[in-house]
Design a protein around this ligand. Structure first.
Ligand SMILES: Nc1ncnc2c1ncn2[C@@H]1O[C@H](COP(=O)(O)OP(=O)(O)OP(=O)(O)O)[C@@H](O)[C@H]1O
Ligand SMILES: [Mg+2]
Length: 208
């Protein structure tokens, strides 16, 4: 169980605090959905949880053990709001093999299948894929790391409905093995899943 206690974060470059004594406890088997208007701090929150950003006060624990930023980077896999900005590989195969040098072609194909990318040319450049394919490739890259906590920043934004449904079904399948937290402008898309819903407002989470 992931727990955030009184997380306070005020970057020196920001006019006011972004997270103000924010608390959260994830529930086993439930997907945590966080909504909030643009600029409310959703991306900042997942960056803090995943150890990419620090915070000034509070505590983040995993099954009651306090974690530092490095431990959180191990624990969490973050699928960015615009994953295409972070691809490093020159091909899909190379992208999947970053950090997994020995990944065989068969393993690459089966990983892609898990996210619904079937018959994808492994030699294609990640940047040449469609938005939906890029989103799913980014999820596949994180799945290879088997993170205990999977954080997704706007996983359905800009996808057409069939691709969206594919992503939602995938998350539904993953939720029993992984703690999943989603920040989204489109929380209604997840209404058929077993979710716990919050709104991020004034730097805090309120049940929705
Ligand atoms: N390091 C930083 N320094 C200064 N301001 C920051 C920093 N990080 C975030 N902010 C500000 O904090 C606020 C929250 O940004 P954030 O990107 O987390 O919002 P968001 O809810 O993800 O928005 P969107 O829905 O548009 O993606 C914004 O006003 C942003 O400009
Ligand atoms: Mg954002």
């Amino acid at each position: 169980m992931l727990s955030l206690k009184n997380i306070y974060y005020h970057p020196s470059t920001a006019e006011k605090p972004i997270l103000r004594n924010l608390c959260l406890k994830t529930k086993t088997g439930k997907i945590t959905i966080i909504r909030g208007p643009s600029g409310s701090g959703k991306t900042t929150l997942v960056e803090v949880i995943s150890g990419l950003s620090g915070y000034q006060r509070g505590e983040i624990t995993w099954f009651n053990k306090t974690l530092n930023a490095r431990q959180r980077r191990w624990l969490c896999g973050l699928v960015f709001q615009f994953p295409e900005r972070y691809f490093l590989g020159l091909s899909v195969a190379q992208e999947l093999r970053l950090g997994h040098k020995k990944l065989t072609t068969g393993e690459q194909i089966s990983t892609l299948q898990k996210v619904g990318l079937i018959n994808l040319d492994l030699k294609k450049a990640p940047h040449s894929l469609s938005g939906g394919q890029q989103r799913r490739l980014a999820i596949a890259v994180q799945l290879l790391r088997s993170p205990k906590v999977l954080l997704l920043d706007e996983p359905t934004a800009g996808l057409d409905w069939s691709v969206r449904n594919g992503v939602i079904e995938l998350l539904e399948r993953l939720k029993d093995k992984q703690t999943i937290l989603i920040v989204t402008h489109e929380p209604e898309l997840f209404k058929n899943l077993n979710t716990e819903n919050y709104q991020l407002q004034d730097g805090q989470l309120v049940p929705y």
